[in-house]
Design a protein around this ligand. Structure first.
Ligand code: PNS
Length: 165
């Protein structure tokens, strides 16, 4: 089976990410999740917190046999250093396409040996993003349908300490 890297900010991981990961796991082995810095975003959770939440979330939903790493730098360098064949990215709606197209073609230009493969999320998660989850959690809304319990708790703690300290 081809070896794949599933990179993202995962700030925090959602059921949408997990849905893509489950699909990717059927196609690739090993599958490595890389929690990567996105220079366009200011994260809520540190990279180490995000990694820990990915690990806890996967344990909570009963998914094993997935490596989780952090990486800071060019994604393609990470892919090359791990010797992966494929970069997996999730697609939700057409609004994702322009950015994903740009990312995939830039990565291909940097190294044409690594293919980007897009997997579509389940329709029920097509509206879901980490940003939306954070917005709902920030104002005290219920995010239990969007993220595993460990993430829900981490969001509560983070926003509580942010606004009540
Ligand atoms: O979950 P995200 O924020 O959509 O993930 C984007 C991510 C982290 C995969 C992307 O920002 C990335 O690859 N960052 C590392 C820097 C890089 O290689 N950028 C692409 C080439 S310009």
């Amino acid at each position: 089976m081809p070896k794949a890297l599933y990179p993202g900010s995962f700030d925090p991981i959602t059921y949408g990410h997990i849905d893509v990961l489950v699909r990717a796991k059927k196609l690739f082995r090993p599958l490595i999740v890389a929690v990567v810095e996105n220079p366009r975003k200011t994260p809520l959770f540190s990279v180490e917190e995000r990694k820990r939440l990915v690990e806890e979330a996967l344990r909570e939903v009963g998914i094993g046999d997935v490596g989780v790493i952090t990486y800071s730098g060019l994604l393609i360098e990470c892919a090359k250093s791990l010797g992966v064949d494929v970069i997996v990215r999730g697609l939700r709606a057409t609004s994702d396409f322009d950015y994903e197209f740009q990312l995939a073609l830039t990565n291909r230009d940097l190294d044409s040996d690594v293919e980007t493969v897009f997997l579509m999320t389940a329709g029920k998660y097509s509206f879901l993003s980490s940003s939306i989850v954070k917005e709902v959690a920030r104002y005290g809304g219920d995010v239990s349908k969007f993220v595993p319990k460990c993430v829900e708790r981490a969001l509560k703690d983070k926003y509580h300490s942010k606004y009540h300290s």
